[in-house]
Design a protein around this ligand. Structure first.
Ligand code: ZN
Length: 429
């Protein structure tokens, strides 16, 4: 017979564990991992025609994958490195960095998130996922931190559904066809993060590709990912979550940014257009971090959900898979979405020279620019008229120039980095 007093202490221990653990579980059960679908619904409500362009996009992706299936596998063998700009928007007026409850997170926390992205997209063995199924693949996509931009703002918290514009005005995006922009801030308490889906059209020529049925000029300003600072990265005292603590909210949101859809297709037994992710009844919203298998019954077939997939809602510790079909879809999006395709093109340039292209030229309304700086260096732009007078004052990393207020004539667009300057002319009609 067991010692009764040890049973008592065991019972007391279990009781204490329960009252210590239960509030944490209750606190987290209301959390919504991703506001992507809701943000999308919000955008669709504002502009119903987007639904058609989404359907056209799906058709374009499907055709591209069908026509390029053999090449896609080859493409996946070459590494695409996506440069990342992290915008930390915080409420610490004195600029204090780090510590619990402080959205002005440390450089180490930012870097830990970049490490997580590289591990997850690289399917690195030995990291904190547990899934070892052969369906997990190296996507061939990697991430490089370019800079952290820190900006104080008095607003206590932001909505991932309605505040993307505001965040982008507080800390403007760097060229969204060159960088993945991630805004880190305190979100309203329900959400962990969100993402802007890529615009996908058939690429014709550069200019035509840029004009889509979405508001290209506006969308380009907010194209990126928004993450609450408490779920960004790992091993930081700013991260207090028990289950969303390994940086996989960002892995998930970047998946959306690359065109991936939730594995349950956002409806009962919906589709994510990937055949190797089993059809699922619904999201896996459990707060149980022991990764208990979940089963679905769709069209009379019972299957085990791939709760290990980054595009489900499982606790971070349970996630460890991007599949081959998801990788193909990401590559199709990288080829078909004008901003993402440009990013890939830029990532392959090895020149150490500053490159500047302006289009359309002559221009009536908006002058778009393609600017390449070696080593992702920041650049400054100013615009002069024919008499050498500055008509647009120096701006850092602008993505386009509105010329509607400039009188017709010839202008000079001057781009400078720390050691190079290049001037190109353009005509306003
Ligand atoms: Zn999502």
């Amino acid at each position: 017979m067991k010692n009764p007093s040890s049973n008592f202490w065991l019972a007391l221990f279990l009781f204490l564990c329960k009252i210590t653990l239960s509030p944490a579980q209750d606190n987290e059960s209301h959390l919504i991992r991703c506001a992507g679908t809701e943000l999308d619904s919000f955008r669709l409500a504002k502009k119903p025609s987007l639904r058609n362009s989404r359907m056209e996009a799906e058709e374009a992706i499907r055709q591209y994958i069908q026509q390029n299936r053999s090449n896609l596998r080859t493409a996946a063998n070459e590494i695409i490195t996506i440069p990342v700009v992290v915008h930390v928007v915080h409420g610490r007026e004195d600029g204090t960095i780090g510590g619990p409850g402080n959205a002005n997170i440390t450089q180490a926390q930012v870097q830990s998130q970049i490490d997580v992205l590289n591990e997850d997209y690289g399917n690195t063995s030995g990291y904190k996922g547990f899934y070892t199924d052969s369906l997990g693949v190296d996507t061939g996509i990697r991430f490089k931190l370019v800079t952290v931009v820190r900006t104080y703002n008095a607003k206590a918290q932001f909505s991932p559904i309605t505040d993307a514009d505001e965040l982008a005005s507080i800390s403007p995006a760097w060229f969204t066809n060159r960088y993945l922009n991630i805004w880190v801030c305190k979100l309203v308490d329900r959400y962990l993060g969100t993402s802007q889906f890529p615009v996908v059209t058939q690429i014709t020529n550069r200019t035509a590709g840029l004009s889509t049925s979405e508001d290209e000029e506006k969308d380009a300003l907010t194209d990126g990912v928004i993450i609450d600072f408490r779920y960004f990265g790992r091993n930081s005292d700013a991260i207090t979550s028990r289950i969303y603590n390994l940086g996989r909210t960002t892995t998930h949101e970047v998946g959306h940014w690359l065109g991936l859809i939730h594995i349950w297709g956002d409806r009962t037994c919906g589709t994510d257009y990937c055949e190797d992710t089993p059809t699922a009844n619904a999201k896996n919203e459990t707060t149980d971090a022991t990764c208990t298998p979940v089963f679905s019954e769709c069209r009379g077939v019972r299957t085990r959900n791939m709760i290990e997939n980054y595009m489900d809602y499982s606790p971070d510790a349970c996630m460890s898979v991007f599949t081959g079909d998801q990788t193909e879809r990401m590559y199709a999006v990288l080829a078909l979405s004008p901003r993402r395709a440009k990013l890939v093109e830029f990532s392959k340039i090895t020149s150490d020279k500053l490159l500047v292209e302006l289009y359309p030229n002559p221009v009536q309304q908006t002058l778009y620019t393609t600017i390449f700086t070696p080593d992702f260096e920041v650049f400054k732009v100013s615009v002069f008229n024919q008499r050498g007078q500055k008509v647009v004052s120096e701006t850092i990393n602008p993505t386009f120039l509105n010329v509607q207020n400039l009188p017709s004539g010839l202008y000079y667009y001057k781009v400078s980095t720390s050691n190079q300057t290049l001037t190109k002319s353009f005509v306003v009609r």
